[in-house]
Structures are given as structure tokens and as C-alpha cells.
Design a protein around this ligand. Structure first.
Ligand code: M6R
Length: 625
């Protein structure tokens, strides 16, 4: 986790670092700092808490940094050592200053050796130790790049280091070993490093996704890449990204999360357009991507994921088994990686991760590849680790998501999995009765309509009003259950996760049928049950569950079809789904239910006064286990 930026060039470095860090703060935000050259000396400003504290320090500082053109910055998610200013990065060791993301696994051993050699680290971090190793190499007469290389070979673990030294002003060296690091040449001269493309888009859209085991240097000559093991020059090509810096701004919304909820109709459409060839008249015609071929050839599908992505995967199981008649196993990556699942060379393992960096999901991909089992990554981030380590990749096109709570990447995952479902269903259509084939065609037409229907729903403003009203009435509930059946069940799980994540309220999602098996014991007047009961084959059963919890005093917030007056009359609070949804196949109802539960959590979090975009203890990419 943690965000890193490094720059050498002709632009004022401190502003550039701060701007980059603002776009990376979602990766960790318990402390932050920058280091920059001033008259041959490296100055450091760092602080516990958010980046804004560092900005304040800089504003109050008497240090002149406007002319500085070389520096590094960091925003931290603590692993070793508390989130204090002392432990914040950058760390200085003599003339060496560094920032780090990831974990040095042989940290104890390195620390012991360093202490034995008479060094005294000031922080509790594993990161600072690396500075001593570099310092020792430089004291032996090696240059910065070679010292970083040699030092890196002495540590173990998945990490990124970005280092500079007062002995070599105008040079920044970075290593990518597991955790991400991207780089670019600055068109105005020099080069830039960042943990991901969001951190350097303000410099260039031509991004080099460094590979595992790359050592890179930026200087006034631009970017140069070397092999970490041998030190020999290697060639890496840049990818031109279609993301823009404007997409990284809030564009008038109070929070990124709100902006991203409202962007869902367009990110759904973008994802659909990116994946589907629409001119040939075949429904769900996915371009001939290697990932699609691998999935088509598989006898059974295993989707591994974490958190919100796992909820998307769960819904995909319902879809794929219904429409494509393929057995699908969905599992938490953290469980799958440590057990002995029944998978083989005719299976496919799909790692679903919006960030493409989730440690557990990557571990499954690596293990599968080592066993010769085909793998596919589905991600929103080009050049992410999963996109390079899986055998093949499918990209969704949600655009940058800055809010830590996944919103538009969730629905973009749903769209990706939905078109994949449709594609497999068409492929297997010989095995289907005629009405199923017609059903697939109809489903495709409705998938195209969904973004428009959602845009109207969100823009009409009624949903915003209804969720605000419900939030005001229910915010003080002791806890929330979200219940749903069938296609609504994964959305019940997602609704509960969103509420926990951003409003810090205890919430659980249940399949309606599970209530009687224990959870109903929790129900009393202080509990709210959010009932997801659109007009589908499960509605009657869900309404029975509603009656059961209502009889035990729970407050009921119903989310159902706009025409369902009977359901509405049973609920204390009510949010209607988009008008016209009753004409759409129930497989697509989750796309309409999702913004409702997202907005509900958002509104409750606002009333609770939490930091919606950066909820406590969380980071957007969970790159450590
Ligand atoms: O990048 P990934 O999709 O693999 O991330 C998985 C989870 O960490 C993520 O979905 C997390 O649960 C989000 N914060 C949910 O909003």
C-alpha cells in the first residue's frame, strides 16, 4: 500500500510531488512527506496524518523550495511502526534519503546486522534500514544506482524503493520488485516515478509500467531502465493512457465517492464499448482477446477475489450458471490460496481485482501459473501486476477511481462479467432451447439500455432525495441487515460492506433464507433491515423474510420496483428503483440496486461525519497480506 512519487526535471518539484501524492493518497494516508534538494542539501518535510499537514508545514516553512527540481514524496499506510511523524517517509540516513512501499521480510536479520555494525536507526520502520545498506555501499565508492542495486539484493520481500543522495544531486533511483512502480519521461525534460499512473498523469500520459525486477533511474537525461540482478540496460516501452488529469478532480462533487457513484452510467457504457464488438450484430461479441479464448476453453471457472470484487464475482456465478450453464466456483482469494482446491489444466482461474495489485489475489494467480493452470486477470488498471502476471487480461474501463470505497469499479466489474457471461452463453447456444437463445439476444439489448436507464435514474434527483431522507431517519440504528435473494444477495453483501467501510456502522448482508438460521436473534426495534426485493422470482420469499423481521420490531427500509405498492406499504421507509425496470430482465436488477445502497451508505456516512473518501484503517489497494 503507500504511494510514492519521484521527480527530476525542469518543473518545480515540491508542487509536482504534492499533486502526485494527492492522487495517490487513496493508497494510504496515515502519514506523508516530501524530500527535495535545496542548494545541494536534501530537505525533508513530513508529518503524521494526512498530506494536508505536510502542505501546511510547507506553507509555513522558511525553507525556500521554489527553485527545487528534484525530489521524492510518500504517503503511508503503516506496516512496521506506528503512524507517527518519526516513522513517516522520506527517511534520511546520512546523505541518503528514501521512500518505500511494501515489506522487507528479512527485516529482523537486516536490523541486527545494521546494529552490529554500529548504526542507530531512528524509526521503527523496516524502510529506514535500507538507507544504511545504500550508505555503506556509497561509502565504499559505488554510485547511487549501483549502491541501490547491491543493497536491494540483500533484502527479501515484495517492495518498491525510491532513493536519492546528496552525493548525486539530480538523480533519483527506483526499484520495482513486486509492488508497483511506473515511470515516464517528462516532455519538458527529466523523468518521473509514481506508484501508479494516477500519480504522474500531470507530467505525462506516456507511461512505462516497470516490471518486477527493474531498476530505473531518472535524471536530466530522462528515464533509463536496468536489470536489477545484472545492472545491464534494458528497454521498456511506454503505453499511451487515455486517462486525463481532469478525471482525477472532484468536478464540483463534495466527495470523490459521490462523483464516482454518479459516473457509473458512463463507466458502464465505456466498459461495454471497450469489450464488445457491436457492429457484427452478434450479441455479446467479445473481441478475439486471448483472455476470452482461455475462458471459452475451460471446463470449469474459478473466480478469486477480495472484498467488493468478491461480491461482483458472486453475482457472476449466478449469471454464468444461469445463462452459460458453466460451473463456476467463487472464492475469497485469501482462502483459496492456502487450501487444496480441485483445479486442473482444464480449469481457468480468474483473478478479479479493480486495482490489479491485491496480494491474496495475485498469490492465487502465481500459484496457479506455477501449477500450469491457465489464469486470467480482470482489472481496471493497465500495467498493474495482475495484468502482467496472469496469462491474459481483460480490462474494464471504469476510469480512475479515487474514493477508497469501490463504487464505479464494482459496477464496471459487473458489466465485464456480464458481457463475458453473455459471450459464453452465445458460444454454448447450440445446447440451449430456442427461447434461451432469444433471451440472450434480448438480454444484450437491455444491457445496452441499462446505462441510459441509470443515468435518468440518477439525474432525476429523486434517488438522492429518498436516500437522504432514509439516512436521516435510520442513521442511529444500532445495526443494519441488508437482505436479498438471488441476484440481489451479492448486492446485500455489498450494501453492508459499504456501510461498515465508510460509516463505521455494524452491518451484515444476508441471503434472506439465512435469517432464521441465527441472525434473526439480533433483531429488535433498534435494528434496521434493508430489504432488496425487486420484482423477480425471489420477491415473494424476500417479502416473507421482511414480515418476519418486521414482526420482531425491526425498522424496514424497502428497495423495490417503482410499481410495487404492496411492498411499499409493508415498509417504514421506501426507495423506488428506476421506473421501467420491470420491463428489464431481472439479471440486470443489481445494476440498479447498487447505486441505491452506495448512496444510502454515503448519506449515512455524511451524517456521521466520517471521512468518506479515506475511511479509517483502509487503503484502496491491499498489496500486503
Ligand atoms: O483491488 P481489489 O478489487 O482486489 O480490491 C479488493 C478489496 O480490497 C476492495 O474491494 C475493498 O473491499 C474495497 N475497499 C471495497 O470498497
Amino acid at each position: 500500500m503507500c504511494g510514492i512519487v519521484g521527480y527530476v526535471g525542469n518543473r518545480p518539484v515540491v508542487d509536482l510531488l504534492i499533486q502526485g501524492l494527492r492522487h495517490l493518497e487513496y493508497r494510504g494516508y496515515d502519514s506523508a512527506g516530501v524530500a527535495f534538494f535545496r542548494d545541494g542539501i536534501i530537505e525533508i518535510e513530513k508529518s503524521e496524518g494526512r498530506l494536508v499537514h505536510v502542505e501546511k508545514l510547507l506553507a509555513e516553512s522558511s525553507k525556500v523550495f521554489q527553485g527545487s527540481k528534484c525530489g521524492i514524496g510518500h504517503t503511508r499506510w503503516a506496516t512496521h511502526g506506528k503512524p507517527t511523524t518519526q516513522n513517516a517517509h522520506p527517511h534520511r540516513t546520512g546523505h541518503v534519503v528514501l521512500v518505500h512501499n511494501g515489506i522487507i521480510e528479512n527485516y529482523q536479520e537486516v536490523r541486527k546486522q545494521i546494529l552490529e555494525r554500529g548504526h542507530r536507526p531512528l524509526s521503527e520502520t523496516d524502510s529506514e534500514l535500507f538507507g544504511f545498506l545504500v550508505l555503506e555501499e556509497m561509502n565504499r565508492g559505488l554510485g547511487l544506482r549501483e549502491s541501490v542495486r547491491k543493497s536491494f539484493l540483500k533484502i527479501r520481500g515484495s517492495c518498491t524503493m525510491v532513493v536519492m543522495s546528496e552525493k548525486e544531486p539530480g538523480v533519483v533511483v527506483g526499484v520495482r520488485n513486486g509492488t508497483p512502480l511506473v515511470a515516464a519521461n517528462d516532455p519538458l525534460g527529466g523523468g518521473v516515478f509514481a506508484s501508479d499512473a494516477q500519480g504522474l498523469l500531470h507530467v505525462s500520459k506516456n507511461v512505462v509500467f516497470l516490471e518486477h525486477g527493474d531498476l530505473a533511474e531518472i535524471s536530466e537525461k530522462g528515464l533509463e531502465v536496468f536489470d536489477l540482478k545484472t545492472g545491464k540496460t534494458i528497454q521498456r516501452n511506454a503505453t499511451l493512457l487515455d486517462w486525463s488529469v481532469e478525471q482525477l478532480d472532484k468536478q464540483g462533487h463534495a466527495h470523490y465517492m459521490l462523483k464516482e457513484i454518479y459516473e457509473q452510467p458512463s463507466s458502464l457504457m465505456d466498459t461495454l464499448n471497450a469489450l464488445v464488438e457491436r457492429s457484427n450484430g452478434i450479441p455479446f461479441s467479445l473481441a478475439h482477446q486471448p483472455a476470452v479464448k482461455l475462458i471459452e476453453n475451460a471446463r470449469d471457472i474459478h473466480i478469486v477475489a477480495c472484498g467488493t470484487s468478491w461480491h461482483a464475482a458472486l453475482l457472476a456465478k449466478y449469471w454464468m450458471e444461469k445463462w452459460a450453464r458453466i460451473p463456476v466456483n467463487v472464492e475469497l482469494a485469501s482462502e483459496f490460496r492456502y487450501r487444496d482446491p480441485v483445479v486442473g489444466k482444464s480449469s481457468i482461474i480468474i483473478g478479479l481485482a479493480q486495482s490489479g495489485e491485491t496480494a491474496d489475489t495475485l498469490a492465487v494467480i502465481r500459484k496457479a501459473r506455477a501449477a500450469g493452470i491457465p489464469t486470467v486477470g480482470i482489472t481496471n488498471i493497465r500495467g498493474s501486476t495482475i495484468s502482467r502476471e496472469a496469462d491474459a487480461v481483460l480490462y474494464m474501463a471504469a476510469g480512475p477511481e479515487v474514493g477508497v470505497a469501490a463504487t464505479k469499479t464494482f459496477t464496471a466489474q459487473l458489466m465485464t462479467l456480464l458481457v463475458l457471461t453473455g459471450h459464453l452463453a452465445v458460444k454454448n447456444s447450440q445446447a440451449h432451447p430456442d427461447d434461451q437463445v432469444q433471451g440472450i439476444q434480448k438480454l444484450f439489448e437491455q444491457v445496452i439500455q441499462m446505462p441510459h436507464l441509470l443515468a435518468d435514474y440518477l439525474e432525476a434527483g429523486k434517488l438522492a432525495k429518498d436516500t437522504k431522507k432514509a439516512a436521516r431517519a435510520l442513521k442511529d440504528s444500532r445495526g443494519f441487515f441488508f437482505i436479498g435473494r438471488g441476484f440481489s444477495f451479492p448486492i446485500a453483501l455489498e450494501g453492508a460492506l459499504k456501510l461498515k467501510e465508510i460509516a463505521y456502522i455494524h452491518a451484515e448482508g444476508y441471503a434472506g433464507g439465512e435469517l432464521k438460521h441465527g441472525p434473526i436473534a439480533m433483531i429488535d426495534q433498534e435494528m434496521t433491515v434493508v430489504v432488496l426485493a425487486p420484482l423477480d422470482i425471489w420477491r415473494e420469499k424476500t417479502v416473507s423474510n421482511l414480515e418476519e423481521v418486521k414482526a420482531r420490531g425491526a425498522r424496514i427500509l424497502g428497495i423495490g420496483d417503482a410499481s410495487d405498492l404492496v411492498l411499499q406499504s409493508l415498509c417504514d421507509h421506501w426507495i423506488a428503483l428506476p421506473p421501467g425496470l420491470d420491463k428489464i430482465d431481472s439479471s440486470l436488477f443489481p445494476l440498479a440496486l447498487t447505486p441505491v445502497v452506495q448512496l444510502l451508505s454515503y448519506e449515512i456516512a455524511l451524517l456521521k461525519g466520517t471521512d468518506v473518501d479515506k475511511p479509517r484503517n483502509l487503503a484502496k489497494s491491499v498489496t500486503v497480506e
